[in-house]
Structure formats: structure tokens, C-alpha cells
Design a protein around this ligand. Structure first.
Ligand code: ANZ
Ligand code: ZN
Length: 825
């Protein structure tokens, strides 16, 4: 009997917890709050091991914080808009809403089976008009403040499907669905001005000590601040100027040609009507097409073409040929570069390839560079030469001096550039939140009046036209009245990027019932910011940056009082099997459902916490799961086998503690200390679990001893209760059950986190005598079982012993463990 019947135990506690709304919380100004949040899932169909790991980590933090006495908010919801729902609709003929809500129902059940302690009354789905209506309101407010605007952009267009494709849907330059080559197309799109917050987003990175440094570095690089200057070069035979951005104005005397982006308007202008016009156009077409085929971060081989035009260097008057070059980006700086091959490696390689002069002007200490023989650019520091009155200046000083001169001459100014681009939010997709805009022939672009929100996404749509958003042909949606003139007008058919929804959901959780405003300020002020955010590192840039941006915008609109949304961030590693990330395409997926069936939720939780520290990748290992299961079974068996003894024992420790009592009592308190530290410091659940395993080993082996050498019942009881309390955040069902088996009236989830007693945790000390030449010369206070090597070292390091040994060579050291160190000299 006494079998560990996890299925029965888990169902019992799951029902009890859910029915009792055990984790429901309210704002309470008299209590310290703690907000723990895991990144919400996309309702793709079923949860995978990555979810299990993410949500288990968050759940342990939530349960631990509750036991520490905090008022813990731990919500869950669904990132419910997006492409897969639409694809499923096209493929299987189900409506995206139906598909989405069925998935949500199924996945909610899966999360509940894992025993995750969410306040389900705060659950939200972003495809609910009650949610996205507020996002539409934010959009209108941003429009009002000039933070949202419309502009022409280049998109990927598939002629066959008559639709815009996201970058991920373009595979080797062709449509993922029909394989038609994708063409660039100019379209109007909506943008959010995240660049207006670039400086604050960057500065904020220095004030997030609770974030992993690698994530902050990625954010800083993404924002990409560069300090330099803008310089104007006059164009030969024209009144126009070519403005360039440089971080090295000190090298201006070494510029030997100009490079501009292929799509820079100057290229077309210079080549128009020339005999090389077709050749140049071909180059532009070809390089642009090639760029679209590149994966992010990949660089094409350097290539360029002479446009036929020349610039004049504003400092030297030199004539510089203008090249169109494929490595110059139109979207960065001004889309034009002064090329200094002696000091920029890219320019150097380009110059050697096209036989352009290399003129060094910044020489490293004590060296004189020669442009004819250099084999690489000198990008480092140095002193200026051949640079007019700036010669002899250190290159840093020269940057400032040359920028100042450019300003005096009216040909330049200092400038800061960011790599960050404004956020394009228009998607020509159906399953998203409609952008609340109306187009009137007479009045132009008109915002939907706030009182007409939400613009509800219609559900009576057809998906039978080859991937095109059905909104474009849904007359009942499109046709509307202009809010300005009342005449016939058309609704915007683009929907918002789904990153919009995930940029503020954490705030909405604080007041999901607020129906007259997006946020209820007192609740938001009490709960925010999120104290601990947990999610995959794949969201290190966009989701986190957009959420930080939204937080600042909502603050400036008066909805929030915080500057940053997430105080601490934990980025958990991937779950891998056979050396690769678990994924359908690799065929190495382990389904959480099957595991739960076979071993129970507690084992699955324990394994995912024990197998690796949270930030590391977790290597799937079946023996590990078995091991976790056996550990829990042993605890279960011990408690049930000794139930009567444990129940009968008092909670008070007896006054007369024997050796076994002292050992177990000490181990109990040492374990409390270790587990508390491991969780507090860095969520090292794996070592915390190891410590509890050690405690359980001590408990089991002491109780296997002869009857008169066993711990007394009250000491056993204390050890067992401690073990259950410490394990409860990780293994909640079993611990709650065994706690009840001990006859406890009040449930384990109402217990406080155990406090450790430093006195009790202290190792016992014994005295080891040190002899030199047979005479006692010192004493060492050590814990029993201190290894021989350590005793030898301690003995030799002892001052008193040293004074008797002095410089005399030591011949031998004899150690009797726990008793004596004898130094023979
Ligand atoms: C002249 C020069 C001389 C440069 C030198 C560098 C070294 P970051 O730090 O990334 O901001 N650049 C400017 N705009 C560009 C564009 N649209 N596409 C590609 N390259 C561009 O780099 C700024 C430097 O990158 C600028 O400084 C410019 O080259 C180039 F010895 O100007 B430099
Ligand atoms: Zn109108």
C-alpha cells in the first residue's frame, strides 16, 4: 500500500486550490507587494517543455515570496493575435477566433495541471476588444502628441498573393507560400516614434542592475548611439550639397572618395542621361535585391560603382569621385559616407579593390604610415599629419577642433545618430487589432473619435482568397462615415503589430476589470513595476525595448508613474535534447502531457528545476526525470511509513538531545540557511534541491539506525516539516498532501517560510591537539571529520606551533583524525 499515487494527490489539490481561489490577490497598501511575471504564451495549441520550465521558475518565485509574507501578484494571459491563427484558418477552414479560444481553453487546463499558482481572475486575452480597445486609445493619444505618424515605406510584396509579407515570410527572396519572387513596394504605413525616447531608453540601461548584462548590451547596441559630425561636401557642377555623417571628423584630410547608398537619390540624379545610366541602374537593382536575401547581420561582399560625379572636400578642395556602394545603408546617418581608406577597414578594402588612393593622416605614436604599402587601415589613435593647421594635434582633440572649424565655415556641425528606427506597426493582416483610422477623400486621414472605440475586428469574414487579409474586401467594415464631414469614407484595413499588445499587458493585469479606463491608477501604482520578469532571451531586444518604450509613453500620458516596467529580469535558457533545441522540425520534442501522465506534475516541475540553473540551457535527460520521481517517492514513503510516530510527536523540541538529534537538528537548520540563500541570491533552485536531498538522506539514514540511536520523534517531525516547507514552492501537491498527513490543521500554503537558527546551524567543534617533538604546543578548534590535509595546513599555520618549528625542516606529520597532529622535525 502507501504507493505514491500522484494522480490522485495532484487532482485533489488542484481542485481545492482552484475552487478556493487560493491565489487571488487585492492591492493592499499596508502590505509589501511583489509582482512576479512570466512572458505570456502565444496560444499555439499546446504547451511545450520551454513553457513548463519558464512557468515553473516563475511559480517557485511566487510561492516562495508568498511564504515570505509578501502580497504576491502572479497573473497569466494570452498573446492571442498573430499569424498562426490566420494560417490555421486558411488551412483548416476554422475561424481564427475559434481556433484561438479553443487553444486557450486547452492550454489553460495544461497550466492548471502543472499546479501553477496564478490569480486566474486576472486572466486576459489580447484579441478581446475589452483589451485592444485601450491600445487603440493609446494609438490615438500618441497620434495627438505626434508620437504616431504615417509615412511611405518599402515593404516585401508578393504579386501572386497580392499581399505584403513580413521579413520572416520571405525565403530566399521568394514568397513562403507560392514561391513567387518578392518585389519591393512603396506603401503608406503607421509608425510609432520610439526614436523620441532613444536617449532615455539608453540611459535607463545604466539603471537596471537587476537585468543580465548581456541583455543590456544587446539593448544598447540596438539603440546604437554614435557621436560625431555631419559635414557638407559640395557637388561639382551643382548647387546641391552631399551631407555625410562621420564619427571621425579628424580624418577629413584623408578622404579620397565618397560612398553613398545605392538608393541614395544622388545616384539616380548623377547617372540620369549619362551613357552609363543602365549599367548603374542594374547595379542598384541587383544590390538591393541581394540585400533582401541576406539574413539579419549577414554582410554582402563589398561592391560599388562610380556614379560619374565628384564632390569637393570642404577642407582641402580635393576632387573626390562619388561611388554607390552596397555596404552603405540608406537608413543610417545620411546614407552617405566620406571614405577614408587609411583609417577605415571597409574603405580600405574598397580602395584596394577599385584602385583608389590611400592617404594616411593619423599616425600611431612614433610611426609614419605609407599609403602605398599599408596592408590594413589604421583605425586606432594617433597624431595628425598632412592636415593643415590641425597637423600635430592628438586625434581626439582634432575631432573637436575640426568640427568647430566646420561650424565656423558653415559646412558642418556636431551630431548624434542612433541606429534605432521608428517602429513600423502596420500589418496587412486580419488577425490583429484594427488601427483606428478613417480615410476620407475630402478630409484626408481622420482618427476615429475616442467615443467610437473600440473599432471591433469583424468576425464575419472569408478566408478563401490566397492569404489576402479578408478585411480589404469586407464592405461592411470598410464603409463608414467621415468623423469630420460626415461623408462616405473608408476604414483603415491595416492592423497593429502584435508587439503592441505585449508592450503593456503587464500593466493591464493590475486592473483587468477597469472598464472605463485602460488602467486604474491606484492599482497600477501599487503593483507596478514588475519585480521579477522571467522569459526567454529571444525577446531580449524587441519585446523588452517596446515594453520599456510603452511604459515611458504611458507615463507621459499620465497613466503610469514608473519609468521602467521590469526591475529584475531572468532570462532562462533553452530546453535541449540530443544537443539541439527541442523543436518540431528537429523531431526531438518531449510532450509535457505524456510526462505528467507518467510521473505527475510535481516530478516534471522538480526535474525542470533540478537539471540546470535557470539561465543555463537544460539538457533533457530521462534518468533525471526518473531520479526526481524516486526522490519524491522516498519522501512520500517515509512520511506514510512513519505517520503515527510523526503525528504523535510534539512540535516542541525535547530538552535532552542525543547525538542523532543534534545531527538531524543541525542539518535541518543548515538546510534552511542554504535553500534560503540559494533562492534569494540567484534562484539557484538546483543547488537548493540538492541541499534538501542531503537533509532527506540524513533523515533516512539516522532513522535506519538501531532503535536507541535514532532521532526522537519531535526532531524527526521538525526535519520532515522543514523539508516539506522548503520543497513546497517547487513540489506543491505532494508537500501539501504530506503536510495534511502529519495532521496539520492549517494548509501548507498558509505557512511562513522557515527561519533558520544560526546557533542550531553551527557545526559542533572539537579540539585537536598539535604536538611538536612529542610535546603539546597548540590546539585547533575544528568540526568533526575535518580532512587530514586541512588539519596539517592549519597546524603548520598556527603561530604558536610555528614558533617551535621555526626554520627546521619538517620530516613527517602524523595525523590522528579528530584528535591529534604530530609534527616530527
Ligand atoms: C569617415 C570615417 C573615417 C569613418 C574613419 C570611420 C572611420 P558607427 O560607429 O556605426 O556610427 N557610416 C556613416 N553612415 C553610414 C551608412 N549609412 N552606412 C554605412 N556606413 C556609414 O559608424 C559611423 C561610421 O560609419 C562613419 O564614420 C562612417 O564612416 C560610416 F577613419 O566616416 B566614418
Ligand atoms: Zn471627410
Amino acid at each position: 500500500q502507501n504507493r505514491y499515487d500522484f494522480a490522485v494527490i495532484e487532482e485533489k489539490w488542484r481542485d481545492r486550490w482552484l475552487a478556493g481561489k487560493t491565489w487571488q490577490v487585492e492591492a493592499d497598501g499596508s502590505r509589501k507587494k511583489y509582482y512576479v511575471l512570466e512572458m505570456f504564451p502565444y496560444p499555439s495549441g499546446r504547451i511545450h517543455m520551454g513553457h513548463v520550465r519558464n512557468y515553473t521558475i516563475g511559480d517557485v518565485v511566487a510561492r516562495y515570496r508568498r511564504m515570505c509574507g509578501d502580497n504576491v501578484i502572479h497573473p497569466m494571459g494570452w498573446d492571442a493575435f498573430g499569424m498562426p491563427a490566420e494560417n490555421a484558418a486558411i488551412k483548416h477552414g476554422t475561424h481564427p477566433a475559434k481556433w484561438t479560444f479553443e487553444n486557450i481553453d486547452y492550454m489553460r487546463g495544461q497550466l492548471q495541471r502543472l499546479g501553477l499558482s496564478y490569480d486566474w481572475d486576472r486572466e486576459l486575452a489580447t484579441c478581446d476588444p475589452k483589451y485592444y480597445r485601450w491600445e487603440q486609445l493609446f494609438f490615438l493619444k500618441m497620434l495627438n502628441k505626434g508620437l504616431a505618424y504615417r509615412k511611405l515605406t518599402t515593404v516585401n510584396w508578393c504579386e501572386t498573393c497580392q499581399t505584403v509579407l513580413a521579413n520572416e515570410q520571405v525565403i530566399n527572396g521568394a514568397c513562403w507560400r507560392c514561391d513567387q519572387a518578392v518585389t519591393p513596394r512603396q506603401m503608406q504605413g503607421w509608425f510609432l516614434k520610439i526614436t523620441a525616447y532613444a536617449e532615455e531608453l539608453l540611459a535607463g540601461c545604466d539603471r537596471l542592475p537587476g537585468w543580465p548584462e548581456k541583455v543590456l548590451t544587446m539593448q544598447r547596441n540596438w539603440i546604437g548611439k554614435s557621436t560625431g559630425a555631419e559635414l557638407e561636401f559640395s557637388i561639382e557642377g551643382s548647387d546641391d550639397k552631399l551631407t555625410i555623417f562621420t564619427t571621425r571628423p579628424d580624418t577629413v584630410f584623408g578622404a579620397t572618395f565618397m560612398s553613398v547608398a545605392p538608393e541614395h537619390p544622388l545616384v539616380a540624379e548623377l547617372s540620369r542621361g549619362s551613357e552609363r545610366e543602365t549599367e548603374i541602374n542594374d547595379f542598384v537593382q541587383r544590390t538591393q535585391a541581394a540585400r533582401r536575401r541576406l539574413a539579419a547581420g549577414e554582410e554582402p561582399p563589398k561592391e560599388g560603382i562610380f556614379t560619374g560625379g565628384y564632390c569637393l572636400n570642404p577642407f582641402t578642395g580635393a576632387r573626390l569621385p562619388i561611388y554607390a556602394a552596397n555596404f552603405v545603408l540608406m537608413e543610417y546617418g545620411t546614407g552617405a559616407v566620406m571614405a577614408v581608406p587609411a583609417h577605415d577597414q571597409r574603405d580600405f578594402e574598397f580602395a584596394r579593390q577599385y584602385d583608389l588612393p590611400v592617404v594616411p593622416v593619423v599616425h600611431p605614436d612614433g610611426e609614419k604610415l605609407d599609403g602605398a604599402t599599408m596592408t590594413a587601415a589604421h583605425e586606432g589613435p594617433g597624431v595628425l599629419a598632412d592636415s593643415g593647421d590641425f597637423s600635430g594635434l592628438d586625434h581626439e582633440a582634432a575631432k573637436a577642433a575640426i568640427t568647430a572649424r566646420a561650424e565656423e565655415l558653415g559646412v558642418g556641425r556636431s551630431r548624434i545618430t542612433y541606429r534605432l528606427r521608428d517602429w513600423g506597426i502596420s500589418r496587412q493582416r486580419y488577425w490583429g487589432a484594427p488601427i483606428p483610422i478613417i480615410h476620407c477623400e475630402k478630409c484626408g486621414v481622420q482618427p476615429v473619435p475616442e467615443e467610437q472605440l473600440p473599432v471591433v475586428l469583424p468576425t464575419d469574414v472569408n478566408f478563401d482568397q490566397a492569404g489576402k487579409s479578408p478585411l480589404h474586401i469586407l464592405e461592411s467594415f470598410i464603409n463608414t462615415a467621415c468623423p469630420a464631414c460626415g461623408g462616405a469614407a473608408r476604414r483603415e484595413t491595416d492592423t497593429m503589430d502584435t508587439f503592441m499588445e505585449s508592450s503593456w499587458y503587464f500593466a493591464r493585469y493590475t486592473c483587468p476589470d477597469s472598464h472605463d479606463a485602460p488602467l486604474h491608477k491606484p492599482a497600477a501604482d501599487y503593483w507596478l513595476p514588475v519585480d521579477q520578469y522571467i522569459g526567454g532571451v529571444e525577446h531580449a531586444i524587441l519585446h523588452l525595448l517596446y515594453s520599456r518604450f510603452f511604459t515611458k509613453v504611458l507615463r507621459d500620458l499620465g497613466y503610469l508613474s514608473i519609468d521602467e516596467p521590469f526591475t529584475n529580469l531572468l532570462t532562462q535558457g533553452m530546453v535541449i535534447k540530443d544537443g539541439a533545441k527541442m523543436s518540431k522540425s528537429k523531431g526531438n520534442v518531449v510532450d509535457p502531457n505524456e510526462l505528467i501522465e507518467q510521473y505527475g506534475a510535481d516530478t516534471v516541475r522538480l526535474f525542470s528545476l533540478f537539471a540546470a540553473p535557470p539561465e543555463r540551457d537544460l539538457e533533457w535527460n530521462h534518468q533525471g526525470v526518473e531520479g526526481a520521481f524516486r526522490f519524491l517517492s522516498r519522501i512520500h514513503r517515509f512520511v506514510l511509513d512513519n505517520r503515527e510516530m510523526l503525528r504523535a510527536a510534539g512540535e516542541e523540541l525535547p530538552a535532552d538531545l542525543g547525538e542523532a538529534d543534534r545531527t538531524l537538528h543541525r542539518k535541518t537548520h543548515q538546510t534552511i540557511r542554504k535553500v534560503s540563500q540559494d533562492i534569494d541570491n540567484s534562484f539557484q533552485f538546483n543547488t537548493a534541491i540538492s541541499a534538501v536531498m542531503e537533509l532527506s538522506n540524513t533523515l533516512f539514514s539516522l532513522n535506519a539506525a538501531q532503535a536507541d540511536k535514532q532521532p526522537q520523534p519531535a526532531v524527526n517531525r521538525q526535519a520532515v516539516q522543514t523539508m516539506l516547507t522548503l520543497l513546497f514552492p517547487m513540489v506543491p501537491h505532494l508537500c501539501a498532501e504530506l503536510w495534511e498527513e502529519l495532521g496539520q490543521a492549517e494548509a501548507l500554503d498558509r505557512q511562513g517560510w522557515p527561519q533558520f537558527d544560526p546557533e542550531a546551524a553551527k557545526e559542533e567543534e572539537i579540539t585537536v591537539v598539535v604536538q611538536v617533538r612529542g610535546k603539546v604546543r597548540g590546539r585547533l578548534q575544528v568540526t568533526p571529520g575535518t580532512p587530514e590535509e586541512q588539519l596539517k595546513e592549519m597546524a603548520l599555520a598556527d603561530d604558536k606551533v610555528q614558533s617551535f618549528v621555526g626554520d627546521t625542516p619538517v620530516r613527517k606529520i602524523i595525523v590522528v583524525p579528530d584528535k591529534l597532529v604530530n609534527i616530527v622535525i
